[in-house]
Design a protein around this ligand. Structure first.
Ligand code: CA
Length: 462
């Protein structure tokens, strides 16, 4: 798993801006999921959702300020109890000390919080250990070392959690020259003016043109540029470093896949590549994530397992990050009776045959809780997405959640017709022609909230 790696920066997903040959191997030799979504597009909550197979309101990790109680059941400890050797290396970002430390792993070594790009100190059960080198390489080094030291008579589950390509996007020397002199293609919505939508979109402070800091840009903005030229310069600067960090991740994915090849493990190992959520790569004029808009909602998800998945296959079924836990448990042969009832996803194995089975979900529920945080000012919202439509409700308040501000805004709705408006530029919520669609989506939203046990915000009832 990587951090903030958008699917549209993976060449297997048709990236217009980079090549990821090693990650692409998993698509060419396995299955590409074309509609994989997260349930809360921000680091800590997404990680808790993945480990526990539950929504944020169930696992309690709604924002960056709500550390994970790791005594709740998560998939690694169930694998461990079933005889798997388990390990976690890299980013944890779910809190530290006591009940917040990783649990269910024979061995773990994790960054403190976000961790640095260079010379990381890794926390372990026996205390911190200082490492020298580029963090993406170091995390892979310790992962490969563990693979070499493991008991070869028992199965294993290894979580390699890269911190890259998270802000502030510090590339290593090996990739420091990539994209020099290359004009990186700009997204169609880079100059989004946020009209025709909620005030929530305009209020966010994650604009490439305005909100990247000197730390992000690393070079002074050249003098004498027009506003358009300055935006183009900042976009190029942002993407150069982001994509260089991705290139290092890709190299290191290659090292792991090479290890499996060299040790005869490829045929019988399930390899999953994903991110904790997507990212805006200049889309809507933004960097960062959080919104239920497509680029942050979508995860890259590639699964290779030669025994069960045909090479080069793809699925357009709607899948969620809360599905990963049950998928891995089923693949490990752990009986349904051992899977906690609180898990809210479903195993993806029925999709491996390449068809979407009858009864598969036709809609997804999403909720972002970290209302109006001081750095990004993205307002709390929830919503429903179907194959064609997306309904979003910005309920205007933080509801007392840690990490959310106490500012209150008027509630707002957005409705997008993704077929006619895939870029999500024009809300049709107040268009009378969409009234029946809107009513259907409101019902579906209520159904999903009941199903998952989440509460509608007071503003909706009003
Ligand atoms: Ca993240």
């Amino acid at each position: 798993m990587t951090d903030d790696h958008a699917a549209h920066a993976v060449s297997a997903y048709g990236s217009a801006i980079n090549e990821t040959p090693n990650i692409d191997r998993l698509a060419h030799e396995g299955m590409r999921f074309d509609n994989a979504f997260c349930t809360n597009a921000i680091c800590t909550p997404s990680r808790a959702a993945i480990l526990t197979g539950t929504y944020s309101h169930v696992n309690g990790v709604t924002t960056l300020a709500t550390p994970f109680d790791a005594t709740q059941t998560a998939f690694p400890e169930l694998l461990q109890a079933a005889g798997y050797q388990t390990a976690l290396f890299g980013k944890w970002h779910l809190g530290h000390g006591g009940v917040h430390d990783p649990r269910g792993f024979d061995e773990w070594a994790v960054l403190q919080g976000q961790g640095p790009y260079v010379d990381p100190r890794l926390l372990t059960p026996d205390g911190p250990v200082n490492h020298t080198g580029y963090t993406t390489d170091v995390i892979t080094d310790v992962s490969l070392d563990w693979l070499d030291r493991r008991d070869r008579s028992r199965p294993f589950c290894l979580l390699v959690h890269q911190k890259a390509p998270h802000r502030p996007w510090r590339p290593d020397e090996a990739h420091g020259d990539m994209y020099e002199g290359v004009d990186i293609a700009r997204p169609a919505t880079l100059r989004d003016d946020y009209s025709d939508r909620s005030d929530a979109a305009a209020a966010a402070t994650m604009r490439v043109a305005r909100d990247l800091t000197a730390t992000d840009l690393k070079e002074p903005v050249p003098g004498g540029l027009t506003p358009d030229e300055e935006l183009a310069w900042k976009y190029q600067r942002y993407m150069e470093d982001y994509l260089r960090c991705v290139a290092s991740v890709d190299d290191n994915v290659g090292r792991l896949l090479d290890y499996l090849d060299a040790h005869g493990l490829t045929e019988d190992t399930v390899v999953v590549y994903t991110s904790d959520q997507g990212f805006f790569l200049g889309d809507h004029g933004w960097f960062d994530k959080r919104f239920m808009y497509e680029q942050s909602l979508r995860n890259p998800l590639l699964i290779r397992y030669p025994r069960r998945i045909a090479a080069g296959s793809a699925s357009d079924a709607m899948v969620l990050n809360i599905d990963y836990a049950q998928t891995l448990l089923e693949l490990a042969g752990i009986a349904d009776t051992a899977v906690p009832e609180r898990m809210q996803g479903r195993s993806l194995t029925p999709l491996f045959r390449g068809r979407v089975p009858g009864g598969w979900r036709r809609s997804i529920y999403y909720r972002y809780w970290m209302h109006d945080d001081s750095a990004h000012h993205v307002r709390a919202h929830y919503g429903v997405r179907t194959e064609r439509y997306k309904l979003i409700f910005y309920y205007g308040e933080g509801l007392g959640v840690p990490g959310a501000s106490d500012r209150v805004f008027p509630p707002e709705w957005e409705l997008f017709d993704l077929k006619k408006d895939p870029d999500e530029l024009h809300s049709v919520h107040d268009n009378p022609a969409y009234a029946p669609v809107r009513a259907g989506l409101e019902q579906e939203l209520a159904r999903l909230q009941r199903r998952y046990g989440d509460e509608p915000a007071p503003a909706q009832a009003a």
